[in-house]
Design a protein. Structure first.
Lengths: 287, 174
Protein backbone atom coordinates (compact mmCIF):
# COMPACT_ATOMS: atom_id res chain seq x y z
CA UNK A 1 0.00 0.00 0.00
CA UNK A 2 2.81 2.35 0.94
CA UNK A 3 4.70 1.62 -2.27
CA UNK A 4 1.51 2.25 -4.22
CA UNK A 5 1.21 5.59 -2.48
CA UNK A 6 4.83 6.43 -3.28
CA UNK A 7 4.23 5.44 -6.87
CA UNK A 8 1.32 7.86 -6.99
CA UNK A 9 3.33 10.67 -5.46
CA UNK A 10 6.14 10.19 -7.94
CA UNK A 11 4.04 9.62 -11.05
CA UNK A 12 0.76 11.03 -9.78
CA UNK A 13 0.56 13.65 -12.51
CA UNK A 14 0.94 11.08 -15.26
CA UNK A 15 -1.53 8.69 -13.61
CA UNK A 16 -4.10 11.44 -13.14
CA UNK A 17 -3.57 12.45 -16.75
CA UNK A 18 -4.16 8.88 -17.91
CA UNK A 19 -7.30 8.53 -15.81
CA UNK A 20 -8.76 11.86 -16.91
CA UNK A 21 -7.92 11.04 -20.54
CA UNK A 22 -9.70 7.71 -20.21
CA UNK A 23 -12.73 9.47 -18.76
CA UNK A 24 -12.67 12.10 -21.52
CA UNK A 25 -12.34 9.52 -24.24
CA UNK A 26 -15.20 7.60 -22.74
CA UNK A 27 -17.32 10.77 -22.75
CA UNK A 28 -16.26 11.61 -26.29
CA UNK A 29 -16.99 8.22 -27.75
CA UNK A 30 -20.27 7.85 -25.90
CA UNK A 31 -21.67 11.39 -26.30
CA UNK A 32 -20.29 12.87 -29.52
CA UNK A 33 -21.38 11.30 -32.76
CA UNK A 34 -18.36 12.17 -34.97
CA UNK A 35 -15.85 10.78 -32.48
CA UNK A 36 -18.15 7.84 -31.82
CA UNK A 37 -18.27 7.02 -35.52
CA UNK A 38 -14.52 7.32 -35.95
CA UNK A 39 -13.87 5.23 -32.84
CA UNK A 40 -16.24 2.54 -34.08
CA UNK A 41 -14.62 2.42 -37.50
CA UNK A 42 -11.09 2.45 -36.09
CA UNK A 43 -11.97 -0.22 -33.61
CA UNK A 44 -13.33 -2.53 -36.25
CA UNK A 45 -10.36 -1.78 -38.48
CA UNK A 46 -7.90 -2.66 -35.73
CA UNK A 47 -9.93 -5.70 -34.75
CA UNK A 48 -9.82 -6.90 -38.34
CA UNK A 49 -6.11 -6.28 -38.52
CA UNK A 50 -5.57 -8.24 -35.31
CA UNK A 51 -7.69 -11.07 -36.62
CA UNK A 52 -5.72 -11.07 -39.84
CA UNK A 53 -2.41 -11.18 -37.96
CA UNK A 54 -3.68 -13.95 -35.77
CA UNK A 55 -4.74 -15.98 -38.81
CA UNK A 56 -1.45 -15.34 -40.53
CA UNK A 57 0.43 -16.41 -37.44
CA UNK A 58 -1.65 -19.56 -37.11
CA UNK A 59 -1.08 -20.30 -40.79
CA UNK A 60 2.62 -19.90 -40.21
CA UNK A 61 2.55 -22.21 -37.19
CA UNK A 62 0.74 -24.89 -39.18
CA UNK A 63 3.13 -24.68 -42.14
CA UNK A 64 4.97 -27.79 -41.01
CA UNK A 65 1.80 -29.88 -40.87
CA UNK A 66 0.67 -28.38 -44.13
CA UNK A 67 4.01 -29.28 -45.66
CA UNK A 68 3.69 -32.90 -44.58
CA UNK A 69 0.13 -33.04 -45.92
CA UNK A 70 1.27 -31.59 -49.23
CA UNK A 71 4.13 -34.06 -49.48
CA UNK A 72 1.77 -36.95 -48.88
CA UNK A 73 -0.63 -35.61 -51.45
CA UNK A 74 2.23 -35.10 -53.88
CA UNK A 75 3.35 -38.68 -53.39
CA UNK A 76 -0.17 -39.84 -54.06
CA UNK A 77 -0.48 -37.73 -57.21
CA UNK A 78 2.93 -38.79 -58.48
CA UNK A 79 1.92 -42.39 -57.91
CA UNK A 80 -1.17 -41.88 -60.01
CA UNK A 81 0.85 -40.12 -62.68
CA UNK A 82 3.50 -42.82 -62.77
CA UNK A 83 0.86 -45.50 -63.00
CA UNK A 84 -1.02 -43.68 -65.70
CA UNK A 85 2.12 -43.39 -67.80
CA UNK A 86 2.57 -47.09 -67.43
CA UNK A 87 -1.16 -47.74 -67.77
CA UNK A 88 -1.41 -51.29 -68.77
CA UNK A 89 -4.90 -51.87 -69.96
CA UNK A 90 -5.84 -55.21 -71.33
CA UNK A 91 -8.48 -54.21 -73.79
CA UNK A 92 -11.04 -56.89 -74.05
CA UNK A 93 -14.45 -56.89 -75.62
CA UNK A 94 -14.40 -53.18 -76.11
CA UNK A 95 -17.31 -53.46 -78.50
CA UNK A 96 -19.63 -55.31 -76.20
CA UNK A 97 -18.78 -53.85 -72.87
CA UNK A 98 -17.55 -50.41 -71.97
CA UNK A 99 -14.23 -51.04 -70.34
CA UNK A 100 -12.42 -47.74 -70.26
CA UNK A 101 -10.14 -46.99 -67.32
CA UNK A 102 -13.04 -45.41 -65.43
CA UNK A 103 -15.43 -48.32 -65.65
CA UNK A 104 -15.52 -51.03 -63.02
CA UNK A 105 -14.16 -53.58 -65.45
CA UNK A 106 -11.46 -51.18 -66.54
CA UNK A 107 -10.35 -50.64 -62.95
CA UNK A 108 -9.95 -54.36 -62.46
CA UNK A 109 -7.76 -54.55 -65.54
CA UNK A 110 -5.68 -51.49 -64.72
CA UNK A 111 -2.65 -52.67 -62.78
CA UNK A 112 -1.08 -49.97 -60.72
CA UNK A 113 2.60 -50.68 -60.85
CA UNK A 114 4.23 -48.10 -58.62
CA UNK A 115 3.79 -46.79 -55.13
CA UNK A 116 5.65 -43.56 -54.39
CA UNK A 117 6.80 -42.77 -50.90
CA UNK A 118 7.86 -39.25 -49.96
CA UNK A 119 11.24 -39.11 -48.22
CA UNK A 120 13.99 -36.71 -47.40
CA UNK A 121 17.70 -37.05 -48.10
CA UNK A 122 19.47 -36.72 -44.77
CA UNK A 123 22.90 -37.53 -46.10
CA UNK A 124 24.48 -37.02 -49.51
CA UNK A 125 27.95 -37.26 -51.01
CA UNK A 126 28.83 -36.11 -54.50
CA UNK A 127 32.56 -35.49 -54.55
CA UNK A 128 33.94 -39.03 -54.49
CA UNK A 129 33.86 -41.88 -56.93
CA UNK A 130 31.18 -43.86 -55.10
CA UNK A 131 28.48 -41.51 -53.96
CA UNK A 132 25.69 -42.36 -51.59
CA UNK A 133 22.50 -40.91 -50.19
CA UNK A 134 20.85 -41.67 -46.86
CA UNK A 135 17.06 -41.40 -46.85
CA UNK A 136 14.83 -41.12 -43.80
CA UNK A 137 12.58 -44.01 -44.78
CA UNK A 138 13.25 -47.68 -44.14
CA UNK A 139 11.86 -51.19 -44.17
CA UNK A 140 9.13 -50.17 -41.74
CA UNK A 141 7.83 -47.72 -44.31
CA UNK A 142 7.88 -50.36 -47.02
CA UNK A 143 11.14 -49.47 -48.74
CA UNK A 144 12.84 -52.38 -50.48
CA UNK A 145 16.30 -52.64 -51.99
CA UNK A 146 16.38 -51.95 -55.72
CA UNK A 147 13.82 -49.19 -55.57
CA UNK A 148 14.36 -46.08 -57.64
CA UNK A 149 14.67 -42.69 -56.02
CA UNK A 150 13.36 -39.65 -57.92
CA UNK A 151 12.72 -36.05 -57.14
CA UNK A 152 10.18 -33.69 -58.58
CA UNK A 153 12.59 -32.62 -61.29
CA UNK A 154 14.65 -35.71 -62.06
CA UNK A 155 16.21 -38.98 -60.97
CA UNK A 156 18.29 -39.24 -57.81
CA UNK A 157 19.51 -42.80 -57.38
CA UNK A 158 18.71 -46.39 -56.50
CA UNK A 159 18.14 -47.87 -53.02
CA UNK A 160 20.77 -50.50 -52.24
CA UNK A 161 20.20 -51.50 -48.65
CA UNK A 162 17.52 -50.82 -46.12
CA UNK A 163 17.50 -50.71 -42.34
CA UNK A 164 14.50 -50.42 -40.11
CA UNK A 165 14.10 -46.65 -40.43
CA UNK A 166 16.59 -45.61 -43.09
CA UNK A 167 17.60 -46.49 -46.59
CA UNK A 168 20.96 -46.23 -48.29
CA UNK A 169 20.81 -45.32 -51.95
CA UNK A 170 23.56 -45.05 -54.49
CA UNK A 171 23.49 -41.70 -56.18
CA UNK A 172 23.39 -41.27 -59.94
CA UNK A 173 27.04 -40.38 -59.39
CA UNK A 174 27.90 -44.01 -58.69
CA UNK A 175 29.52 -46.24 -61.32
CA UNK A 176 26.96 -48.99 -60.74
CA UNK A 177 23.91 -46.84 -61.27
CA UNK A 178 22.59 -47.49 -64.73
CA UNK A 179 19.24 -46.20 -65.89
CA UNK A 180 17.38 -47.15 -69.02
CA UNK A 181 16.72 -43.85 -70.77
CA UNK A 182 15.55 -42.43 -74.09
CA UNK A 183 15.90 -39.13 -75.87
CA UNK A 184 12.32 -37.96 -76.01
CA UNK A 185 10.75 -38.51 -79.40
CA UNK A 186 13.02 -41.34 -80.57
CA UNK A 187 12.19 -45.01 -80.15
CA UNK A 188 15.71 -46.07 -79.16
CA UNK A 189 16.74 -46.54 -75.61
CA UNK A 190 20.17 -46.36 -74.13
CA UNK A 191 21.94 -46.63 -70.84
CA UNK A 192 22.45 -43.63 -68.64
CA UNK A 193 25.47 -43.72 -66.33
CA UNK A 194 28.13 -41.55 -64.82
CA UNK A 195 31.48 -41.62 -66.52
CA UNK A 196 33.23 -40.68 -63.26
CA UNK A 197 34.66 -37.47 -64.69
CA UNK A 198 32.59 -34.39 -64.11
CA UNK A 199 29.96 -34.62 -61.38
CA UNK A 200 27.88 -32.04 -63.23
CA UNK A 201 27.19 -34.33 -66.20
CA UNK A 202 25.90 -37.83 -66.89
CA UNK A 203 26.48 -39.88 -70.01
CA UNK A 204 23.98 -41.63 -72.27
CA UNK A 205 25.28 -44.40 -74.48
CA UNK A 206 23.90 -46.90 -77.02
CA UNK A 207 21.86 -44.32 -78.93
CA UNK A 208 22.36 -44.98 -82.68
CA UNK A 209 24.40 -42.30 -84.40
CA UNK A 210 21.90 -41.64 -87.18
CA UNK A 211 19.48 -39.98 -84.75
CA UNK A 212 19.62 -36.19 -85.10
CA UNK A 213 19.99 -35.63 -81.36
CA UNK A 214 20.53 -31.98 -80.61
CA UNK A 215 21.56 -29.92 -77.67
CA UNK A 216 18.50 -29.16 -75.53
CA UNK A 217 16.62 -32.39 -76.28
CA UNK A 218 14.96 -34.02 -73.30
CA UNK A 219 16.26 -37.25 -71.83
CA UNK A 220 13.70 -39.27 -69.89
CA UNK A 221 13.16 -42.70 -68.38
CA UNK A 222 12.41 -45.37 -70.96
CA UNK A 223 9.55 -47.81 -70.82
CA UNK A 224 11.95 -50.67 -70.05
CA UNK A 225 12.98 -49.34 -66.71
CA UNK A 226 11.86 -51.42 -63.77
CA UNK A 227 13.05 -48.89 -61.20
CA UNK A 228 11.68 -45.61 -62.45
CA UNK A 229 8.31 -44.57 -63.83
CA UNK A 230 8.31 -44.28 -67.58
CA UNK A 231 8.65 -40.75 -68.91
CA UNK A 232 10.08 -39.21 -65.75
CA UNK A 233 12.54 -36.47 -66.75
CA UNK A 234 16.26 -37.10 -66.30
CA UNK A 235 18.04 -34.24 -68.00
CA UNK A 236 18.68 -32.36 -71.21
CA UNK A 237 21.24 -33.10 -73.90
CA UNK A 238 24.35 -30.97 -73.55
CA UNK A 239 26.54 -32.39 -76.33
CA UNK A 240 26.12 -35.35 -78.65
CA UNK A 241 28.81 -36.72 -80.92
CA UNK A 242 29.66 -39.98 -82.65
CA UNK A 243 32.49 -41.93 -81.13
CA UNK A 244 35.32 -42.88 -83.45
CA UNK A 245 34.75 -46.28 -84.98
CA UNK A 246 31.42 -46.77 -83.26
CA UNK A 247 27.86 -46.71 -84.51
CA UNK A 248 26.60 -45.07 -81.37
CA UNK A 249 26.44 -41.56 -80.08
CA UNK A 250 28.10 -40.40 -76.92
CA UNK A 251 25.67 -37.99 -75.32
CA UNK A 252 26.54 -35.75 -72.44
CA UNK A 253 23.46 -35.08 -70.32
CA UNK A 254 22.93 -32.21 -67.92
CA UNK A 255 20.69 -33.65 -65.18
CA UNK A 256 17.60 -31.63 -64.32
CA UNK A 257 18.04 -32.71 -60.71
CA UNK A 258 21.49 -31.62 -59.56
CA UNK A 259 23.04 -34.56 -57.63
CA UNK A 260 24.65 -32.10 -55.25
CA UNK A 261 21.42 -30.51 -54.17
CA UNK A 262 18.98 -33.23 -53.18
CA UNK A 263 16.45 -32.79 -50.41
CA UNK A 264 12.86 -33.87 -50.95
CA UNK A 265 12.63 -37.14 -52.87
CA UNK A 266 10.20 -39.96 -53.67
CA UNK A 267 11.10 -43.60 -53.37
CA UNK A 268 9.56 -45.56 -56.22
CA UNK A 269 8.44 -48.96 -55.04
CA UNK A 270 7.64 -51.34 -57.86
CA UNK A 271 4.89 -53.63 -56.65
CA UNK A 272 6.00 -56.39 -59.00
CA UNK A 273 9.70 -56.24 -58.23
CA UNK A 274 9.77 -59.65 -56.51
CA UNK A 275 7.73 -61.25 -59.22
CA UNK A 276 9.92 -59.85 -61.94
CA UNK A 277 13.02 -61.02 -60.12
CA UNK A 278 11.68 -64.54 -59.76
CA UNK A 279 10.81 -64.49 -63.42
CA UNK A 280 14.29 -63.56 -64.46
CA UNK A 281 15.84 -66.01 -62.00
CA UNK A 282 13.90 -68.80 -63.67
CA UNK A 283 15.94 -68.37 -66.82
CA UNK A 284 19.20 -67.62 -65.02
CA UNK A 285 20.91 -70.82 -66.12
CA UNK A 286 20.25 -70.16 -69.78
CA UNK A 287 22.03 -66.85 -69.81
CA UNK B 1 1.62 28.57 -1.13
CA UNK B 2 -0.07 31.32 0.72
CA UNK B 3 -3.56 30.93 2.12
CA UNK B 4 -5.33 33.39 -0.16
CA UNK B 5 -4.86 31.49 -3.39
CA UNK B 6 -8.28 29.91 -3.70
CA UNK B 7 -10.59 32.83 -4.38
CA UNK B 8 -8.46 34.66 -6.95
CA UNK B 9 -8.34 31.42 -8.92
CA UNK B 10 -12.06 30.87 -8.56
CA UNK B 11 -12.85 34.39 -9.85
CA UNK B 12 -10.38 33.86 -12.67
CA UNK B 13 -12.03 30.55 -13.49
CA UNK B 14 -15.53 32.04 -13.55
CA UNK B 15 -14.61 35.14 -15.55
CA UNK B 16 -12.56 33.20 -18.10
CA UNK B 17 -15.35 30.68 -18.40
CA UNK B 18 -17.92 33.41 -18.94
CA UNK B 19 -15.80 35.06 -21.64
CA UNK B 20 -15.10 31.70 -23.24
CA UNK B 21 -18.66 30.39 -23.11
CA UNK B 22 -20.57 33.59 -23.92
CA UNK B 23 -18.32 35.55 -26.29
CA UNK B 24 -15.49 33.47 -27.76
CA UNK B 25 -17.56 30.40 -28.56
CA UNK B 26 -19.66 32.58 -30.88
CA UNK B 27 -16.57 33.44 -32.89
CA UNK B 28 -15.85 29.76 -33.20
CA UNK B 29 -19.41 29.19 -34.46
CA UNK B 30 -19.20 32.05 -36.95
CA UNK B 31 -16.06 30.68 -38.52
CA UNK B 32 -17.60 27.21 -38.72
CA UNK B 33 -15.23 25.99 -36.06
CA UNK B 34 -12.26 26.73 -38.25
CA UNK B 35 -10.83 29.37 -35.92
CA UNK B 36 -11.33 28.68 -32.23
CA UNK B 37 -10.16 31.21 -29.67
CA UNK B 38 -9.59 29.21 -26.50
CA UNK B 39 -8.92 31.54 -23.61
CA UNK B 40 -9.93 29.32 -20.69
CA UNK B 41 -6.60 27.36 -20.62
CA UNK B 42 -5.14 30.56 -19.18
CA UNK B 43 -6.86 29.52 -15.95
CA UNK B 44 -4.78 26.33 -15.95
CA UNK B 45 -1.59 28.21 -16.74
CA UNK B 46 -2.20 30.70 -13.91
CA UNK B 47 -2.91 28.10 -11.23
CA UNK B 48 -0.46 28.30 -8.32
CA UNK B 49 3.00 27.14 -9.32
CA UNK B 50 3.38 25.14 -6.11
CA UNK B 51 0.16 23.21 -6.70
CA UNK B 52 0.78 19.46 -7.08
CA UNK B 53 0.62 18.05 -10.61
CA UNK B 54 -2.32 15.64 -10.08
CA UNK B 55 -4.41 18.52 -8.74
CA UNK B 56 -3.55 20.72 -11.71
CA UNK B 57 -4.48 17.88 -14.09
CA UNK B 58 -7.80 17.42 -12.29
CA UNK B 59 -8.46 21.16 -12.29
CA UNK B 60 -7.78 21.25 -16.02
CA UNK B 61 -10.12 18.32 -16.52
CA UNK B 62 -12.97 20.02 -14.63
CA UNK B 63 -12.42 23.37 -16.31
CA UNK B 64 -12.57 21.57 -19.65
CA UNK B 65 -15.71 19.68 -18.75
CA UNK B 66 -17.42 22.95 -17.80
CA UNK B 67 -16.52 24.44 -21.17
CA UNK B 68 -17.80 21.23 -22.73
CA UNK B 69 -21.12 21.85 -21.01
CA UNK B 70 -21.33 25.23 -22.79
CA UNK B 71 -20.35 23.95 -26.20
CA UNK B 72 -21.99 20.52 -26.04
CA UNK B 73 -18.75 18.69 -26.90
CA UNK B 74 -18.53 16.19 -24.06
CA UNK B 75 -15.02 15.11 -23.22
CA UNK B 76 -13.24 17.22 -25.85
CA UNK B 77 -12.21 20.20 -23.74
CA UNK B 78 -11.94 17.94 -20.71
CA UNK B 79 -9.28 15.87 -22.47
CA UNK B 80 -7.42 18.96 -23.70
CA UNK B 81 -7.66 20.62 -20.27
CA UNK B 82 -6.24 17.63 -18.43
CA UNK B 83 -3.48 17.33 -21.00
CA UNK B 84 -2.59 21.01 -20.63
CA UNK B 85 -2.49 20.59 -16.86
CA UNK B 86 0.20 17.96 -17.28
CA UNK B 87 2.00 19.86 -20.03
CA UNK B 88 2.10 22.96 -17.78
CA UNK B 89 4.09 21.05 -15.17
CA UNK B 90 6.70 20.00 -17.76
CA UNK B 91 6.84 23.52 -19.23
CA UNK B 92 7.29 25.23 -15.88
CA UNK B 93 10.02 22.76 -15.01
CA UNK B 94 11.74 23.50 -18.31
CA UNK B 95 11.42 27.28 -17.84
CA UNK B 96 12.28 27.34 -14.14
CA UNK B 97 14.47 30.31 -13.12
CA UNK B 98 17.92 29.64 -11.78
CA UNK B 99 17.62 28.19 -8.30
CA UNK B 100 14.03 27.09 -8.90
CA UNK B 101 10.70 28.62 -7.94
CA UNK B 102 10.27 30.18 -4.51
CA UNK B 103 7.18 31.17 -2.57
CA UNK B 104 7.69 34.72 -3.82
CA UNK B 105 6.24 33.88 -7.24
CA UNK B 106 2.84 32.29 -6.55
CA UNK B 107 1.68 32.17 -10.18
CA UNK B 108 3.30 32.16 -13.64
CA UNK B 109 2.46 35.78 -14.34
CA UNK B 110 4.48 38.50 -16.13
CA UNK B 111 4.28 40.41 -12.85
CA UNK B 112 6.96 38.11 -11.47
CA UNK B 113 8.77 36.74 -14.49
CA UNK B 114 8.55 39.48 -17.10
CA UNK B 115 6.75 39.55 -20.42
CA UNK B 116 9.37 37.73 -22.42
CA UNK B 117 9.31 34.73 -20.11
CA UNK B 118 5.53 34.74 -19.92
CA UNK B 119 5.06 35.01 -23.71
CA UNK B 120 7.40 32.10 -24.45
CA UNK B 121 5.70 29.88 -21.88
CA UNK B 122 2.20 30.92 -22.98
CA UNK B 123 3.03 30.47 -26.68
CA UNK B 124 4.19 26.88 -26.18
CA UNK B 125 1.43 26.14 -23.67
CA UNK B 126 -1.37 27.30 -25.98
CA UNK B 127 0.20 25.60 -28.98
CA UNK B 128 0.20 22.29 -27.12
CA UNK B 129 -3.31 22.81 -25.87
CA UNK B 130 -4.69 23.65 -29.32
CA UNK B 131 -2.81 20.79 -30.96
CA UNK B 132 -4.29 18.33 -28.47
CA UNK B 133 -7.71 19.90 -28.74
CA UNK B 134 -7.91 19.63 -32.55
CA UNK B 135 -6.36 16.16 -32.50
CA UNK B 136 -9.10 14.79 -30.26
CA UNK B 137 -11.72 16.85 -32.11
CA UNK B 138 -10.88 15.08 -35.37
CA UNK B 139 -10.01 11.91 -33.51
CA UNK B 140 -7.94 10.50 -36.33
CA UNK B 141 -4.43 11.22 -37.61
CA UNK B 142 -5.78 11.12 -41.18
CA UNK B 143 -6.55 14.85 -41.13
CA UNK B 144 -3.33 15.90 -39.41
CA UNK B 145 -1.85 17.94 -42.26
CA UNK B 146 -5.05 18.91 -44.02
CA UNK B 147 -7.09 20.07 -41.02
CA UNK B 148 -5.57 19.64 -37.59
CA UNK B 149 -2.34 21.54 -38.17
CA UNK B 150 -3.78 24.51 -40.16
CA UNK B 151 -6.66 25.00 -37.74
CA UNK B 152 -4.36 24.75 -34.78
CA UNK B 153 -2.03 27.40 -36.26
CA UNK B 154 -4.88 29.79 -37.13
CA UNK B 155 -6.42 29.38 -33.68
CA UNK B 156 -3.05 29.83 -32.04
CA UNK B 157 -2.46 33.10 -33.92
CA UNK B 158 -5.92 34.37 -32.92
CA UNK B 159 -5.78 33.17 -29.30
CA UNK B 160 -2.43 34.64 -28.24
CA UNK B 161 -3.41 38.35 -28.72
CA UNK B 162 -6.54 37.77 -26.63
CA UNK B 163 -4.37 36.17 -23.94
CA UNK B 164 -2.01 39.14 -23.97
CA UNK B 165 -4.92 41.59 -23.78
CA UNK B 166 -6.48 39.73 -20.88
CA UNK B 167 -3.22 39.48 -18.91
CA UNK B 168 -2.41 43.14 -19.65
CA UNK B 169 -5.87 44.19 -18.42
CA UNK B 170 -5.91 42.28 -15.16
CA UNK B 171 -2.20 41.88 -14.52
CA UNK B 172 -2.82 38.89 -12.20
CA UNK B 173 -0.75 38.79 -9.03
CA UNK B 174 -2.08 35.74 -7.28
Amino acid sequence: MYSLFRLFVRHGGLLTLLLTQLASFYLMTSQNSPQQEIARLSWSWYANRMLEWRNRWLDYLSLRDENIRLKMENARLHTQLANLRAADLLWRDTLLRPSGPDSAAGKKLLRPEYVLLSARAIGNTFSGRYNWLILNRGAKDGVRPNSGVISRSGVVGVVRSVSEHFALAMSVLHPQTKISAVVKGYPYYGSLYWDENDPRYLALSDIPYHLPVRRGDTVQVSNYSLLFPEGHPIGIVDTAHRLQGSSFLHIRVLPTQSPANVREVYIVINRYADELERLSESIQEER
Amino acid sequence: MRGNWFFPNLWRFLSLLAVQGLVLSDISYNTDGYVSILLYPLFILLLPIQMSVPLVVLAGFFAGITVDAFTGTFGLHASAGAFSGYARALLLERFAPQGGYTGKEPIASPVYFGWQWFLSVAAIFFALHLLWYFSVAYFTPVYFFSKILPQMLLSWISTLPVVVVWVRLFYPRN
